[in-house]
Design a binder for this molecule. Sequence first.
Ligand SMILES: NC(=O)c1ccc[n+]([C@@H]2O[C@H](COP(=O)([O-])OP(=O)(O)OC[C@H]3O[C@@H](n4cnc5c(N)ncnc54)[C@H](O)[C@@H]3O)[C@@H](O)[C@H]2O)c1
Length: 354
Amino acid sequence: MSKIKVAIIGVGNCASALVQGVYYYKQRAGEEPVGVVFPEIGGYKVTDIDFVVAFDVDEHKVNKDLSEAIFAPPNNALKIVDVPKLDVPVLKGPVLDGIDIHLKDTLIKISNEKEVDVAQALKDYGVEIAICYLPTGAVKAANYYAEQALKAGVAFVNAMPAPIASDETWQKKFMEANVPLAGDDVQNQVGATVVHKTLINLIDLRGARVENTYQINIGGTPDFANLEYRKEGKEKTKTRAVKQMASHDFQAFIAPVAYIKFLGCKKIAHMVIEGRKFAGVPFRIELMLEVYDPYNSAGMMVDVIRLVKLALDRGIGGPLISISAWAFKNPPVHASPYIAKQWVIEFIEGKRER
Ligand SMILES: NC(=O)c1ccc[n+]([C@@H]2O[C@H](COP(=O)([O-])OP(=O)(O)OC[C@H]3O[C@@H](n4cnc5c(N)ncnc54)[C@H](O)[C@@H]3O)[C@@H](O)[C@H]2O)c1
């Protein structure tokens, strides 16, 4: 099988987990890939993913090899493997609104290196798929990189909440250029959103009524430090995802509430759902979920990369509906996890175009 050539935009914790995760499976080639939904997608295995270039703005990461940059501060994703030198450069992209003013010079130091021409670099390194792992709130930067991908004819995967795949104007542009687009905001493998969605969907399915729900999240990653100041986009994508799962409206409060440094790369979510069932009798569900957050997103991204590659192989451009509904919180079309998985299976089998 040919390799899949991937570029990373934002070498933070999610990128670290993705790169480490791919090497974890490369070191175990031939074994059953436990923790992966689809061992093979159109013949592609996780081990067929190759990183070819990356972009960042932090002086700890720019001009380093990707294998070093993923372990540079402030990244604090759990280290699970030693990644060999990859000969994959981390190039300086434009900063734009990438770094929140409160984190500049405290958590992140902006590199003085010259910015590269991103579209040209994508072409020079033969990139097929670019993954946007920019911080939440970096809307201008996300739009800039989407434009560069389009210019270079490279598929764009938006792992963060800025509206790109869910935006009609971007959908049209990628459709016209016949370039695949997936997003927005990764829905973690076993994360708070998918657990919350599943419970709401189940309650609805069983004829009960959700009256109100809340979900509060705390964590110690740089993502949480950023969310202290820029949580709006995240609140919107999470709340919309959960509210789509019932046939009636209900009150919902879903938010990241605190950066607690000593939690490191752990994230803890508390959820409460209250409602009424038969004869108007009330019920209450309370749940706590603790996860190593960056690996939760990487677990989905290894599917997304191979599914997008399949679209490229088939000459399918524009928004990828099934893949986005399966792996993202704010896709162009929402579906329950069961339906979205069925759509993805049909896409793999060639029964569904996108
Ligand atoms: N499980 C998860 O962690 C998860 C799940 C879903 C979505 N997300 C989203 O994915 C995104 C990435 O998460 P993360 O934990 O890796 O964040 P992070 O803060 O660890 O990494 C972001 C990286 O982007 C870099 N960056 C900032 N501005 C840039 C620019 N203009 N050009 C290039 N690089 C730039 C930063 O220096 C940093 O290395 C966030 O938006 C997050 O909300 C994460």
